[in-house]
Design a protein around this ligand. Structure first.
Ligand code: NAD
Length: 488
């Protein structure tokens, strides 16, 4: 597709398409080829979107009508479901996701929208007659314009994860989606923005980066920010938002430990370990990146896991045989490989080197084969820092307490997996882990009914679950004194 003839992916502001004039190319990371072009948002587009959302919030039509909100969210869910194939195709083309993984991502959108449609109807405050003759109630009211910032690694699932509760709560929204997925963003904007019944200005979507994101974070007209991205950016956003005392929901980076106890069913566990590493090519906040193995099963794990990782079929989404797609771009391939080289230089032992694909038909793309390194020192950067690529470290432990201490010795606390056939160990370990999600004999199973988020440097607040609306509502205490004189 040539940029001269392709439609330009645009922003959706105030109920219409908007073209900022600065056009850039969208690139397929599997081939390096240009697949379309997009309009990039700057300060002006972010401000226009905020103004539109502010006007839409001033009109009570949306914020006071929960039946309307529920209807619209359910219709939006249907629209995402109907266009699943197109979304999966686009995620394959510009995000590199193999189709099974694209479907995994896209399937979240309708489920999240429907769950939040239900929350729009069922969210209630509390009331109590604290003393005779009076009634106190707490009403939950939408906070205003919600600024949503999502990363490129899963724009459909993560954009909707913040958008749906914001809309359910009665907020109006500006969603800043990443330029790396501009073509996908454009379809998201269409599916959201053109939903029948959605008033203009309620849900604005722009394609941008840190410049337009920063406008949302600093604007006094945006009282809440729902951010998904790296811990470093999350800290900057939290600091900048503090100037206006705005609230921030932060879903940040992770360094998920996968703990294999001696009694783990390895035939079942190791394929899950492989998935935990290769889903989204390791560019997943919950990527299983630290394997902690009981020393008595370490030899078997080294051998069996190495065989499984070497067999992973790396390739483009367009090839149905591909099990893992490319990294988002070549600079990230180089970044990941430098981290691996540094770790080897610092004493990591190579079990599977993996690394960039530099010859054959895949060489033009940003492919990186899975890597497994064994390390002893938990303080090494390869263990402590998020790599955001298919790189797994392996460490051994001899006691449950040692495994817990190693897992918790991290700035992150997003998620963890525990593999064991014991009845007592998994729950005991799960309760001791400093982690927002823990899976037993599984990995990355998320449900809209249950909260998701991070301990420590992995975030603030929660997405999903019944706590999800809290970032988007104010609590107001109203006390009624209808009259204390008893009726005659
Ligand atoms: P990033 O933090 O670099 O950027 C995320 C988005 O924030 C960008 O697309 C950009 O639009 C915006 N941005 C960047 N700097 C900004 C600033 N100063 N002010 C306002 N907006 C700004 O992250 P990334 O590299 O795009 O994404 C990968 C990171 O996201 C990883 O760390 C990953 O773990 C994390 N992540 C977390 C979750 C979660 O749910 N916890 C989910 C997916 C990804």
């Amino acid at each position: 597709m040539s940029t001269a003839t392709a439609a330009i992916a645009r922003h959706w502001i105030d109920g219409q398409w908007s073209d900022s004039g600065e056009h850039r190319d969208s690139v397929d990371p599997a081939t390096g080829e240009v697949i379309g072009s997009y309009a990039m948002a700057d300060v002006k587009e972010a401000q226009a979107a905020i103004e539109a959302a502010k006007r839409a919030f001033a009109d009570p039509a949306w914020r006071t009508d929960r039946l309307l909100r529920a209807r619209v969210l359910n219709r939006m869910a249907d629209r995402f479901e109907e266009r699943t194939g197109d979304l999966v195709e686009l995620l394959g083309q510009e995000n590199g996701k193999v189709h099974d993984q694209g479907r995994l991502e896209v399937a979240f959108a309708p489920e999240t929208l429907r769950f939040n449609a239900a929350l729009a109807l069922t969210d209630t405050g509390t009331n109590s007659q604290v003393t005779d003759g009076e009634l106190s109630m707490v009403v939950r009211q939408p906070v205003g314009v919600a600024g949503i910032i999502a990363p490129w690694n899963s724009p459909v699932a993560l954009g909707i994860r913040s958008l749906a509760p914001a809309l359910a709560a009665g907020c109006t929204t500006v969603m800043n989606l990443p330029w790396q997925t501009a073509q996908t963003n454009s379809l998201i904007a269409e599916l959201v923005g053109e939903t029948p019944g959605l008033p203009p200005g309620v849900a604005n979507t722009i394609t941008g980066g840190h410049v337009s994101g920063d406008v949302l974070v600093r604007s006094p007209d945006v009282p809440t920010i729902s951010f998904t991205g790296s811990t470093a950016t999350g800290k900057q956003i939290g600091a900048a938002a503090a100037a206006n005392l705005k609230r921030v929901g932060l879903e940040l980076g992770g360094k998920t430990p996968l703990i294999l106890f001696e009694d783990a069913d390895l035939a079942e566990a190791l394929p899950i370990v492989v998935s935990a590493l290769i889903v989204f090519s390791g560019q997943f906040c919950m990527t299983g990146s630290r394997l902690l193995v009981h020393e008595r099963i370490a030899d078997q794990v080294r051998t069996d896991l190495a065989a499984l990782l070497r067999a992973v079929q790396v390739g483009p989404a367009s090839d149905p045989a591909s099990e893992m797609g490319p990294i988002i771009d070549k600079p990230n391939v180089e970044r990941i490989d430098k981290i691996v080289e540094d770790a080897i230089g610092q004493g990591a032992t190579v079990i599977v080197r993996g690394g960039p694909v530099t010859d054959g038909p895949l060489a033009a793309g940003a492919f990186y084969r899975p890597t497994l390194l064994e390390v002893r020192d938990n303080s090494m950067p390869i263990v402590q820092d998020e790599v955001f690529g298919p790189v797994l470290t392996m460490q051994t432990f001899s006691t449950e307490a040692e495994a817990i201490a190693m897992a918790n010795d991290s700035q992150y606390g997003l998620s963890a997996s525990v593999f064991s056939r014991d009845v007592d160990v998994p729950l005991r370990v799960a309760l001791a882990l400093e982690s927002g999600s823990v899976w037993v004999n599984d990995w990355a199973r998320l449900h809209d009914q249950f909260e998701e988020g991070g301990f420590k440097g992995s975030g603030l607040g929660r997405m999903r679950g019944f706590a999800v609306l809290d970032d988007f509502v104010e609590f107001k205490h109203v006390r009624l004194r209808p009259g204390t004189t008893p009726a005659a």
